[in-house]
Design a protein around this ligand. Structure first.
Ligand code: NAD
Ligand code: MG
Length: 380
């Protein structure tokens, strides 16, 4: 039995992780954490019998305690609760599927406790990769990518040497607004941006995919996971999302991972690595597919991607500004408080105003996040 805990168990990645556990039957789920969906948490507790569950708000945690009083599951709350689940005894792998840089402290503490990390929560690596990667190395802990592109890169690296990487070819669907220019994006509504052509995901990452900022975060994520410079990462638009990413080696050979868009593949690969398990579902049929297309991304219209390269190249606290500004701007857009194009404007404004800190500590990262939020909130 593999023993795991999941942060963000009620979300898109969290629920698919539980599906993988259910279908395989040899994964024991010892801990769960989620924001506020206690109705779903209760169902998950009754099916998987975790020992420990964390709910973000204490009020909701108390409600859940009453609902599941007939079970042996203990319910905790707040950041302390998240840390308890991250470091609980007995687990081998922590699946980090919370959204946003709230995942930094739990990830660091899980590594300190010797847990392998199945990492979906890219915002954590974008902002604190310089702390997390050396710490994982020191503790002998594996960081197993769950993000589909990074899983594809990881799979394409098997049997090859990391130092022979010439380039990473990070594929992107281009999102729902591929081909549009800025003037055609002025009146984008929340509903339009929530329609992703190929993947069904949580709201924040779906908006990020539409702005190409998700790809920007992934460029920086790749830098940390695979030890490359951001300029070795080339974004290639592949509208069908069949090629999930590629590695070009020094001799010009290119290795890729292809498949139908299904997050259960990278989740399962991370949980059982290096073993491959059967996965039910649709397969790629090249006879009916006919062709694959490729394009260069439009970094003038979707200049959030260009800002990500700048943040990743500069390093220090700038990626935190990039990420934190995006997190708040996206949540304001989802609440219909700002217009679509303001997301990119806000990020650019915050990055321009920032005095970069080299090699920031965890405290400085969190201070930078707070300062970025303050700047954005004082705009209105
Ligand atoms: P989601 O919005 O569907 O789920 C987020 C989960 O985090 C929920 O369970 C929510 O309750 C929980 N959460 C939020 N705030 C919390 C808090 N303060 N304390 C505890 N739990 C909290 O998001 P998602 O689409 O599953 O994405 C999760 C992460 O995985 C993101 O970093 C995203 O970029 C990454 N990712 C997602 C996909 C995908 O297909 N959905 C693909 C690649 C990477
Ligand atoms: Mg991805």
């Amino acid at each position: 039995m593999k023993k795991i805990a999941i942060l963000g168990s009620t979300g898109s990645i969290g629920t698919q992780t539980l599906e993988v556990a259910r279908e395989n039957g040899d994964i024991e789920v010892l801990g769960l954490a989620a924001g506020s969906n206690i109705r779903l948490l209760e169902e998950q507790i009754r099916e998987f019998h975790p020992r420990l569950v964390a709910v973000w708000s204490e009020d909701k945690a108390q409600e859940l305690r009453v609902k599941i009083a007939d079970t042996d599951t203990k319910v905790v709350s707040g950041m302390e609760g998240l840390l308890d689940v991250s470091t609980m005894s007995g687990t081998e792998i922590l699946v980090t599927a919370v959204v946003g840089m709230i995942g930094i402290r739990p990830t660091i503490e899980a590594i300190n406790a010797g847990k392998d990390i199945a990492l979906a929560n890219k915002e954590t690596l974008v902002t604190a990769g310089h702390l997390i990667m050396p710490l994982a190395k020191e503790k002998g802990v594996s960081i197993l990518p769950v993000d589909s592109e990074h899983s594809a890169i990881f799979q394409s690296l098997q049997g090859n040497e990391q130092k022979a990487i010439h380039k990473i070819l990070l594929t992107a669907s281009g999102g729902p607004f591929r081909g549009r220019k800025a003037e055609e994006l002025l009146e984008i509504k929340v509903e339009d941006a929530l329609k992703h052509p190929n993947w069904s995901m949580g709201q924040k990452i779906t908006i990020d995919s539409s702005t190409m900022i998700n790809k920007g975060l992934e460029v920086i994520e790749a830098k940390w996971l695979f030890g490359v410079d951001v300029d070795q990462v080339q974004v290639v638009v592949q509208p069908q999302s069949i090629i999930h990413s590629m590695v070009e080696y020094v001799d010009g050979a290119i290795m890729a991972e292809l498949g139908t868009p299904d997050m259960k593949l990278p989740i399962q690969y991370a949980l059982y690595y290096p073993e491959r398990r059967y996965l039910p579902g649709e397969r790629v049929d090249f006879w009916s597919l006919g062709k694959l297309e490729f394009e260069k991304p439009d970094m003038e219209t979707f200049y959030g991607l260009k800002l990500a390269y700048e943040a990743g190249r500069t390093g220090g606290s700038l990626p935190t500004v990039f990420n934190a500004a995006n997190e708040l701007a996206v949540s304001q857009f989802l609440k219909r408080e700002i217009k679509y194009l303001e997301i990119m404007e806000i990020i650019e404004d915050c990055m321009k105003a920032h005095k970069n800190i080299d090699n920031p500590t965890l405290e400085q990262i969190l201070e930078t996040e707070a300062a970025t939020y303050e700047r954005i909130n004082s705009r209105r």
